[in-house]
Design a protein around this ligand. Structure first.
Ligand code: FES
Length: 144
């Protein structure tokens, strides 16, 4: 079942969170714990940091489950991405991290356009072909 997109509006910035593609790396929790706190009922509290701090933290999200859009202007980080170059990196004991605009074709032939995403390497995901963090649950280890 697809989970709904979460939208958080702050001063000068809007953050969205797509729980369907989060890989539970906890990078956001470490980057800006005053804003991203899973112990809170509303786990993103934008009022605890500046828009610049929020955007910097969101830019570190490896799966792009978190996205930030500055209100009234295009996101600088997105504008800085070279559309002609896609970056792929292997997360140890985790997914393939894709940075850049890609079209992902599912097994059934449907195409999903993504700005960035994480592709499952362990085979345990419930949101194939995207990583859903299940590699942590099963203790996946990268082939050496
Ligand atoms: S690599 Fe993350 S769920 Fe498979």
């Amino acid at each position: 079942m697809t989970k709904r997109l979460q939208v958080y509006e702050g001063e000068g910035v809007v953050v969205t969170f797509d729980p369907n593609v989060c890989i539970h790396s906890a990078v956001c929790l470490r980057a800006l714990p005053s804003v991203f706190d899973v112990r809170q009922r509303r786990w993103i509290q934008l009022e605890h940091a500046s828009a610049d701090e929020v955007v910097a933290a969101v830019d570190r999200c490896p799966s792009a489950a978190l996205r930030a859009v500055r209100q009234g202007q295009p996101r600088e980080a997105a504008a800085a991405v070279d559309a002609a170059r896609v970056q792929i990196s292997v997360k140890p004991n985790g997914p393939l991290l894709i940075r850049g605009s890609v079209d992902v074709t599912r097994e059934d032939g449907t195409v999903v356009a993504k700005e960035s995403c994480a592709l499952c390497r362990c085979g345990a995901t419930g949101t194939a072909p995207f990583c859903d963090g299940s590699h942590n649950r099963i203790g996946f280890r990268s082939p050496s």
